[in-house]
Design a protein around this ligand. Structure first.
Ligand code: SF4
Ligand code: SF4
Length: 97
């Protein structure tokens, strides 16, 4: 199982929204490593740990379950998508167990 990122790219366009990702800001909120033409990360295989939802879960495992961690992240994704009127087909829908 992996976090079902829909690839909207909005987290990479708003790295200024979090103190964790702020150092990636090129000055306008967009990550310095985002290719704005393709909407792809230019350092994808070497991107920081905090850009890897599944890989960063162990840092939070003592505080929440994986399902809860996914929910927190999905809420941020969907909040950003709602704020920017992204297509509803890109919303993160988690299966509830
Ligand atoms: S905001 Fe969420 S769905 Fe969009 S690219 Fe980032 S992690 Fe994926
Ligand atoms: S390093 Fe890559 S995945 Fe991380 S915010 Fe920048 S463009 Fe997005």
């Amino acid at each position: 199982m992996a976090f079902p990122c829909s690839g909207c790219g909005l987290c990479c366009h708003h790295v200024d929204r979090s103190e964790v990702t702020l150092p990636l800001d090129r000055g306008d909120g967009i990550c310095r490593y985002l290719d704005c033409v393709s909407n792809r990360c230019r350092i994808y295989t070497n991107r920081p740990l905090f850009c890897r939802i599944d890989d960063s879960f162990p840092l939070f495992a003592e505080k929440m379950t994986l399902s809860e961690f996914y929910r927190v992240n999905a809420d941020v994704c969907n909040w950003l998508q709602n704020e920017h009127s992204a297509p509803t087909s890109m919303r993160i829908k988690l299966s509830e167990k």
